[in-house]
Design a protein around this ligand. Sequence first.
Ligand SMILES: Cc1cc2nc3c(=O)[nH]c(=O)nc-3n(C[C@H](O)[C@H](O)[C@H](O)COP(=O)(O)OP(=O)(O)OC[C@H]3O[C@@H](n4cnc5c(N)ncnc54)[C@H](O)[C@@H]3O)c2cc1C
Length: 464
Amino acid sequence: MSVVHTTNAERFDAQVPVLIVGAGAAGLCAALAAKATGADAVLIERDAVPSGSTALSAGLIPAAGTRFQRGKGIADSAELFAADIQRKANGESDPGIVQVLARGAGPLVEWLADRHGVPFDVIDNFNYSGHSALRMHGLPTRTGRELIDRLRSAAEADGIVILTGCVAERLFVASDHRIVGIEIARGDGARERIGCGALILACNGYGGNQVLVRSFIPDMADALYFGHPGNRGDAVLWGEALGAQLAYLGAYQGHGSVATPHNILVTWAVIMQGGIQINAEGRRFCDESRGYSEQAADVLRQPGGFAWDVFDERIAGIARQFEDFRNAERLGAIVSADTVEGLARAMEVPVQAFTAEWREVESLKSRARRDRFGRRFTPDQKCAAPLRGVKVTGALFHTQGGLAIDANARVKMKSGSVFSNLYAAGGAAAGVSGSGAAGYLSGNGLLTATVLGRLAGDKAGRGI
Ligand SMILES: Cc1cc2nc3c(=O)[nH]c(=O)nc-3n(C[C@H](O)[C@H](O)[C@H](O)COP(=O)(O)OP(=O)(O)OC[C@H]3O[C@@H](n4cnc5c(N)ncnc54)[C@H](O)[C@@H]3O)c2cc1C
């Protein structure tokens, strides 16, 4: 990945008004928004079919004040949402960008539903840690595969060109800091130069680049990377070469509940509804309800680097709305028993230690008390036989650090001014999750992908 400084005399094989690197949720939303302004947009995507981390996700987008929420009597507002983002991020995130995201998410979800036929509804039978209202909007299968396929279909319906099997490798920048084009490599080795009016970097973060992960997030250097391997930190590398501002490079979304050895995401609903995690010694090790992101490193620190999610059939019923959970059951990742002792034997953990933990938690639930880690339990979380367990490990899902942007999604220079025609969205841009894993509020990934993608596309299309 390199940057070429040019004198404006560069020759390009083609010229497009808006060029977008990466056809994940961010890139596709950017293309749809640019098209809506009347500007032609072209996407460059390394894969044969757009997938990205978006396809691996649960496809849930947090949004406040939507008609989907109102239809279910859920009171929410952008102000409440912004406060939740900042609380989880320990107040470390850029307040201006937080406002842009919290205000933009509701209109974004309704735009995708009304203009592009994406059939969202709001999840109303469990909530994620840190959200003070039910605001996760998902699709019928609760998969990111459905989200990306629907976004791609919408782009195709709008006549947007997606050049698949092409990797953007070089950026050309003029002396006035305008990005004038890029060079792409096609799968057959052919190279092409495409000039642009504006460039949007939507090529996510550096989860797929071990060197960058080791350098910025040493805690996760040896962890399973569960995101898209094609996200190799190109935006960060170009940014460094261009003199762009980079921010929050140590921030990331981890997850402490990936079924092992099956490598399937087990929804955090199993914990939020009253489940717990125990280690190989049958013991709990922290307040699981803080959030799944910070839980990744905690799980990896346990003996053997794994834990067991323990819950019951009522909770499994809620988790079954996720295709991933149904797949985990189908592949035999979930063990069951009618007694606490039987489940301990099925999980091969010490019976005495586990039964003592389980009974204490059930008693705390009955009395609505907090445990020794500070987790608050409530009577509606009580579990009953049959009980379920699934062996899980911690994983890195995606990085949250990246190019610092202004409120128009334009990339900032180290000097503080902005590149006039360079935008970043999604994992390519600096997120709003503070500086580590604990600041990640569930949904921050697709929030920055979709809302910033739409914003960048709109501004690039209008030449703002
Ligand atoms: C298992 C899992 C579950 C998740 N669940 C959720 C969830 O429910 N809600 C949520 O908000 N977030 C979730 N996330 C995070 C979310 O998936 C990401 O934050 C989001 O998809 C990022 O979107 P994006 O468009 O920035 O990147 P991506 O979807 O990864 O798209 C980037 C694209 O850029 C392409 N690319 C990269 N470099 C180049 C290059 N040089 N040239 C050409 N193409 C390139 C890649 O091939 C890729 O297709 C989850 C993540 C994982 C891994």
